[in-house]
Design a protein around this ligand. Structure first.
Ligand SMILES: [Zn+2]
Length: 154
């Protein structure tokens, strides 16, 4: 079966029913806990253990689907904050590589997935596939400990 884009995709790209706009700027959302509260973005360490340290940085401001919609100051500010989070992930987890994925194919609101890659991960030399099915949550105490350590580094 061929996948198709939702029939209201153009409206969603313009912000219709956008869950990232609707959530405000919470300390934690259903997916993770905040490690960066920036001027332009919030970064959330994810509770689902796709990869330890998996973090999503969400643009905060008016609804924007593509980074090309940002003005120069916003673009500078957004990427600098993404890199602050990336730098903290490198120092804390010491991955063999850090991947930055700007997709937005499900929720078309600007956000970036930061995915640490490890020596023993399942796809060395290539992109990491999204895992099938449900991923287990990180233990709550480990999530909190990692979040505290990352906040101190950011
Ligand atoms: Zn939005």
């Amino acid at each position: 079966m061929d996948a198709t884009w939702p029939s209201d995709w153009a409206e969603r790209r313009r912000g219709k029913d956008c869950p990232m706009c609707g959530q405000g700027r919470p300390e934690a959302n259903e997916y993770g806990v905040r490690v960066l509260e920036g001027r332009f973005s919030d970064g959330y360490l994810q509770r689902r253990s796709w990869q330890r340290g998996y973090t999503v940085v969400i643009w905060r401001g008016r609804h924007v689907a593509e980074p090309t919609e940002l003005d120069e100051e916003e673009a500078d500010g957004y990427w600098r904050e993404v890199l602050r989070v990336g730098s903290a992930l490198e120092r804390h987890y010491q991955p063999v590589k850090l991947n930055y994925q700007l997709l937005g194919n499900v929720v078309p609101h600007l956000h970036t997935h930061l995915v640490p890659r490890y020596a023993d991960d399942p796809a060395p030399g290539g992109p990491l596939p999204f895992p099938e099915g449900e991923r287990p949550d990180l233990p709550e105490d480990q999530l909190r400990r990692d979040a505290l350590a990352l906040r101190a580094l950011i």
